[in-house]
Design a protein around this ligand. Structure first.
Ligand code: G6P
Length: 367
């Protein structure tokens, strides 16, 4: 079926707005309409006896993998290695029979990711794909293909596919933890309840669009923007920076907040807005002190946090975007919304071609 913009100015805007719906479809698919049983083919997806998981992808899908590393290591206690597909293969990494190799791709046709999959073919215990297109090459060539159910994505800059990839990867992390005896029934039920509540929270976040739109007009004046995050929010900072440069052509860079003092802090001045992604998780206080280092040097901080987080961070913040509270495990999915909106509205303010940014293709089928 032909997909149209459904009244939106751009496909990207429509796809951002679709996230509550597509995530609730993914959650329904992997957890049913009630209860907290994980519906994955556990016989084909055995995490016991593994000694590591290797995650490989490109672009936005790579940042979904980086987030999943935090989840799989934290929840399942299983070492995870993540690489971009174009680097992975040429390193000729040793892949043993106790390795599960997982490839994430919206299109399922990215040449580098497919080549990395083929490299692992007769080496890894299992080849798993997380894809949006079930009849794609990457899906066909894997042992197990898990759909992300995001529906057709037209905007070159990925939005709903990213949040659906995260949702499926969190499900995989939970299953790995369950099989390895590290997820209590109670915690599992809690996470599933939080996932079921996520679409409503995303709707709340979408309601803050006015705020992100206003601040995006100010970001559009910048030549460089920094994104900071710690722990599982670090990959989201990377994704926020990628979105920003892809469609607004503003130079955007992301750093792990704690790494700021080892170099990037030299860039701080009033002309470089610093976007800080900071839900109130275990690292929040540390992020706040990193943020204060920025403000002490005249840096302009845009803080994305919940109300208490924004209050705690205190005076001196340039702008803030308030997120609903959420189980911190799910924060990377929820906080993807303001990251996408900031990039989108900055690009619209600059008048760039949002859905078809220069030099980029939706699916890169050549090496
Ligand atoms: C291209 C797109 C990106 C995408 C990447 C990986 O570079 O412009 O938005 O993240 O490919 O695509 P895939 O289909 O493998 O997820």
């Amino acid at each position: 079926a032909r997909v149209d913009k459904g009244g939106y100015k751009h496909f990207m805007a429509k796809e951002i707005a679709e996230q509550p719906q597509v995530i609730s479809e993914a959650v329904g698919h992997y957890f049913g309409s009630s209860g907290h049983e994980i519906r994955l083919p556990s016989d084909q997806l055995d995490f016991t006896g593994l000694d590591r998981v290797v995650l490989v992808a490109c672009g936005t899908a790579y940042y979904a993998c980086l987030t999943a590393k935090y989840w799989i290591e934290r929840l399942a206690g299983l070492p995870v290695e993540v690489d971009v597909a174009s680097e992975f293969r040429y390193r000729e990494p040793p892949i043993g029979e106790n390795t599960l190799a997982l490839f994430v791709s919206q299109s399922g046709e990215t040449a580098d990711t497919l080549a990395a999959l083929r490299y692992c073919r007769d080496k890894a215990r299992r080849i798993v794909a997380v894809v949006n297109v079930p009849e794609s090459s990457i899906a066909r060539e894997s042992d197990v293909a898990l759909p992300i159910l995001a529906g057709t994505e037209i905007g070159v800059a990925s939005t709903k596919a990213f949040s659906c990839q995260l949702t499926v990867l969190l499900t995989v992390a939970m299953e790995a933890a369950r099989q390895r005896g590290r997820l209590s029934e109670e915690r599992q039920a809690d996470i599933v309840a939080a996932l079921r509540g996520l679409p409503a929270r995303i709707n709340l976040a979408l309601d803050f669009e006015e705020v992100t739109e206003r601040v995006a007009h100010e970001l559009a004046e910048a030549r460089d923007v920094l994104f900071l995050g710690r722990g599982q929010m670090y990959p989201l900072a990377l994704e926020g920076a990628l979105k920003m440069k892809e469609i607004s052509y503003i130079h955007a860079e992301a750093y792990a907040s704690g790494e700021l003092k080892h170099g990037p802090i030299a860039l701080i001045d009033p002309n470089v807005p610093v976007v800080v992604m900071a839900p109130r998780d275990a690292l929040f206080d540390k992020t706040v002190s990193n943020m204060q280092e920025v403000m002490a040097r005249g840096g302009k901080v845009l803080l994305i946090s919940d109300r208490k987080g924004i209050e705690t961070a205190g005076d001196g913040i340039w702008r803030s975007v308030e997120m609903p509270e959420v189980d911190t495990l799910l924060a990377p999915i929820l906080y993807a919304i303001p990251a996408q909106q900031l990039a989108y509205h900055t690009a619209v303010a600059k008048g760039t071609d949002v859905d078809q940014p220069r030099n980029l293709a939706k699916s890169v089928t050549v090496e």
